[in-house]
Ligand binder design. Sequence first.
Ligand code: GAL
Ligand code: CA
Length: 340
Amino acid sequence: MNNVNLKLISINIVIVLILLVGCTKGTNNIATDEVSDTIKIGVLIYRFDDQFISSVIDVIEQETEELNKISTKKIEISIVDGKNQQDIQVDQMKQFIKEDYDALAINLVDRSKASVVINEAKQANIPVVFFNREPVQVDMARWDQIYYVGTKGEQSGLIQGEIAGEYWFDHPEADRNGDGIMQYVLIEGQPGHQDVIQRSQYSVKALQDMGIEVEELVKDTANWQRLEAQDVMSDWLDYFGDDIEMILSNNDAMALGAIDAMRAHDSRLIPVVGIDGIQLAREALKKGEIIGTVFNDNIGQGKMVMNIAYYLAQDLDPTLFIDDIEKGTYYWVDYHKVID
Ligand code: GAL
Ligand code: CA
């Protein structure tokens, strides 16, 4: 972030200089108008009741405050809940367009419907930074005023598999039936989400790469949600009982749901690994209820979403101020292993 801050400072110096020059040329009024100007940024969220996403929203709000401390223009953000329905989100977007918003930050409900959203934005000439739910490349290529901030699902899967594998090596008793094979169950996020296939595939691949033989007992979706995961896990405990030796969960909220199910069944705690590193999962880790998680950097992502939106809203090219924007479009944030 240092780079960004430095660049922010330098752009502010440039703006101050322009204003000063403006004054000497006798355009004082224009200069004063500029200073009191407001930038409006609309933030569209796929659903508010997603634990990881709410941790990103917190950062977006904090970063807006930070930017407001150094920005010559006042930044106003408005954050809306798409309630998991793409139609609602498109309506919210149209409303922002009507109200002359300067830039939009969009966490799509349905990433396969990005083309509709991009066409609206392009027509209204309002730049967009998408985040967390990645439009396909064909859609990203529809306009040069769209950006994406996200993570590589593959990386989170590999780290998750590594955590499960290291635990397996350190705890021979985890192989409950002693057959040398890890019998696991897999709780998946919302179907169609770019992270789901990648996390599931690569966590298993990491285990295999460590030389561990694995057997999938069952997998199912719980849509990223804790309550749904509790239901799914509860059925599996009835059916497989003691046969389950490892639980791989596409996120922390669902890992916590699996723990709820084990508690309700008075079952032993089967080792479980999540992804996200949300506060509740970190507490569960301290209590020994999960064996680890993978930090999905809400701070890095939230900050970058706001910074890109901030430049876009002022018709500035974000790639001039922020390093590492791949292909002039993508900003990738790294995952990190969390085991204590
Ligand atoms: C993932 C995250 C999930 C869920 C999802 C929503 O990156 O791991 O917990 O928040 O995004 O799109
Ligand atoms: Ca076994």
